[in-house]
Ligand binder design. Structure first.
Ligand SMILES: NC(=O)c1ccc[n+]([C@@H]2O[C@H](COP(=O)([O-])OP(=O)(O)OC[C@H]3O[C@@H](n4cnc5c(N)ncnc54)[C@H](O)[C@@H]3O)[C@@H](O)[C@H]2O)c1
Length: 384
């Protein structure tokens, strides 16, 4: 057994509490050496909550030889700068998504990491979760036959009308609505579906996308700097004829399902943000009775598949439903054993490129030919 790898958390905001909560599940692989945030009050609150060691500056964290992986949990506008600085200091980096705000910037970071001989990896890591691995395992076993279509929704409801001021993380950070609206729901969320689709079907080859601002005034004071699309829909073409339709919004009612349709039935992950989400297998209805059941009594038409292993922890009630540290742990194991991380830099660049096309289709030809690619992702060791 290798020694746990030293990590530093940069950015101690809302999501950092979720990462910190999940750290103990990876004690054999990860050791938190210190944390830093450029906002001193935020840093104080985080350290007071978790009792971690603080750095006085980003540079101090980057100069610490005990740090092997910088976990970049800053806001999206800071991701590239912090990641670039960490790479220059010879650190491996795990970045929150998006890796960068453009494909070009993401590719520059990838090239810089390669030149510096360090690893670069990015969230989200829900493809390493029990639900995603269960659905993927069922596909590999041919449970739904040849795959034709996938539908994935990342609709979050009318967030601007929700009482998000009361969404407070464990160390007291109020959910950063302004940043979320300005970054845009597609850059914030598309990766939760794209990573799973990429693992199952390989690189996206072409994208036909539409994005729009449906609610320009989100009642934020002072008003938002940018009217970023709050709705997007894209058709993703994979090899072998598989087509996926991915929808992102902070307008339509909450729906985080992914459905994968094959000749013999379809699989549904009911909640992409929950590693313990049910995975349901439904057979294609053929006869009159089964068509009737499908329409009138849909809950009878499906069979819940057992998860390929029990989830590491039960989320909910103030606990995250996703193991945020699993991607960092994956990178640590890859470093320790000399293999590629499942979420390596090629994968992260590809996800960033497809996301940029989805959020800003006007920047690209339509359909857009995706330039980046990645090698097949290996299933988790514990998934059949
Ligand atoms: N909020 C969520 O529910 C959520 C969930 C999953 C992923 N994420 C992702 O996590 C990342 C962070 O989001 P958040 O919600 O925690 O935002 P946040 O604004 O609460 O936290 C970001 C923190 O980074 C700090 N920061 C920014 N630039 C910095 C720099 N250059 N050096 C040091 N510190 C810096 C800020 O001071 C802030 O405290 C984003 O990429 C977001 O997409 C957020």
């Amino acid at each position: 057994m290798n020694e746990p790898l030293g990590i530093a958390i940069i950015g101690c905001g809302y999501v950092a509490d979720s990462y910190r909560y999940c750290l103990p599940f990876h004690g054999d692989r990860l050791r938190l050496v210190g944390v830093f945030d450029r906002d001193p009050q935020r840093l104080d609150a985080f350290v007071a909550c978790w009792g971690d060691t603080r750095y006085a500056s980003l540079q101090q964290a980057l100069d610490d030889p005990a740090v092997r992986i910088v976990v970049n949990l800053t806001c999206p506008e800071s991701h590239a700068d912090v990641t670039r600085a960490a790479i220059s200091a010879g650190k491996n980096v795990y970045s929150e998504k998006p890796l960068a705000l453009t494909m070009r910037q993401a590719a520059e970071l990838r090239d810089a990491a390669r030149a510096a001989d360090v690893r670069l990896s990015s969230a989200p890591c829900n493809v390493l979760g029990e639900s995603a691995q269960t659905a993927w395992s069922a596909l590999r076993a041919g449970r739904i036959g040849k795959v034709r279509l996938a539908y994935a929704e990342l609709d979050d409801g009318m967030i601007h009308r929700a009482n998000y001021q009361s969404w407070v993380s464990r160390s007291g950070r109020v959910w950063p609505a302004r940043g979320e609206f300005e970054t845009g729901c597609t850059f914030e969320h598309a990766g939760y579906a794209l990573t799973i689709l990429g693992a199952m079907f390989g690189p996206v080859r072409r994208v036909t996308a539409f994005a729009s601002v449906q609610v320009a005034d989100k009642k934020v004071s002072p008003p938002l700097h940018a009217a970023t699309p709050d709705f997007s829909v894209g058709l993703l073409e994979f090899d072998d004829g598989v087509v996926a339709r991915l929808t992102n919004s902070v307008v339509a009612p909450y729906d985080h399902r992914m459905r994968i349709v094959g000749d013999d039935g379809h699989l549904e992950i009911t909640e992409l943000w929950d590693y313990a989400s049910p995975v349901v297998l439904r057979r294609a209805a053929q006869g009159r009775i089964s068509r009737l059941i499908e329409r009138r009594l849909p809950w009878l038409a499906g069979r819940r598949l057992p998860l390929v292993r029990p989830p590491l922890f039960a989320g909910g009630r103030g606990r995250p439903t996703m193991d945020f540290m699993r991607g960092v742990s994956e990178l640590a194991d890859a470093l320790a054993t000399g293999r590629n991380s499942r979420l390596d830099e090629d994968f992260a660049v590809h996800i960033t490129e497809v996301t940029e096309i989805l959020q800003f289709p006007g920047r690209f030809a339509s359909p857009a030919i995706v330039q980046s690619s990645f090698s097949p992702i290996a299933k988790m060791d514990w998934a059949p």
